[in-house]
Design a protein around this ligand. Structure first.
Ligand code: DC
Length: 196
């Protein structure tokens, strides 16, 4: 049976970096599910039709990492039919052998409620804004305002809001260097693998 790791958390919490590092360390597949919503938003037109017709080319666009694409993604992600259109792809991905790491907002709660390990990665909004500003070469104050707007929309929406699963392990990276955060996550995977 494949081993599935669900990693959720707000933007710039470090979840993507941790997910990539775990996938590399354990030889697992990795899916950044935010890219599905970013590609849907970037495609334009009717978001439901866009989500239903996503192609690998849509996912490979080079403008998906921008702050604008993040805002557009957060808006289309609140539409239940958009989310429904993307569920099967994510669940199939989660079943890939020998294992898969998926990161997003609703992986532990909706997409993979039976994942063998669930992490909820957080950091203070100040720290997250500073990280995102450095990454995108943007103004930290502007990033903070955008992150707060996105967090509010992602956690207050009706459909699959951002929240930790009841059995998720919380990992706060505000004061942790990324290699420390990865080391903690690796230990959690090793113990979860022993007990499954
Ligand atoms: O992780 P990210 O910043 O690339 O995500 C962009 C937006 O997509 C995020 O603001 C909300 C949405 N999203 C979601 O609703 N569910 C997911 N599993 C992943 C992302």
């Amino acid at each position: 049976m494949p081993f599935t790791i669900a990693i959720d958390g707000p933007a710039a919490s470090g979840k993507g970096t941790i997910a990539r590092a775990l996938a590399a360390r354990f030889g697992f597949h990795h899916l950044d599910t935010g890219l599905l919503y970013r590609a849907t938003g970037a495609k334009g037109g009717d978001p439901i039709a866009a989500a239903r017709s996503l192609t690998p080319e849509d996912m490979a666009r080079d403008d998906l990492r921008s702050a604008e694409a993040g805002q557009a993604a957060s808006k289309v992600a609140a539409i239940p039919e958009v989310r429904a259109a993307l569920v099967a792809f994510q669940r199939d991905f989660a079943r890939r052998e020998p294992g898969a790491v998926l990161d997003g907002r609703d992986i532990g709660t909706v997409i993979c409620p039976d994942a063998q390990l669930k992490l909820f990665v957080t950091a203070s909004d100040q720290v997250r804004a500073a990280r995102r500003a450095a990454e995108l070469g943007a103004d930290p104050a502007e990033m903070l305002a955008q992150l707060r707007e996105r967090d509010a929309r992602d956690s207050q929406r009706e459909a699959a809001p951002l929240k930790p699963a009841a059995d998720a392990i919380l990992l706060d990276t505000s004061d942790l260097a990324i290699d420390k955060a990865v080391a903690v996550a690796v230990d959690l995977v090793l113990s979860a693998r022993k007990s499954t």
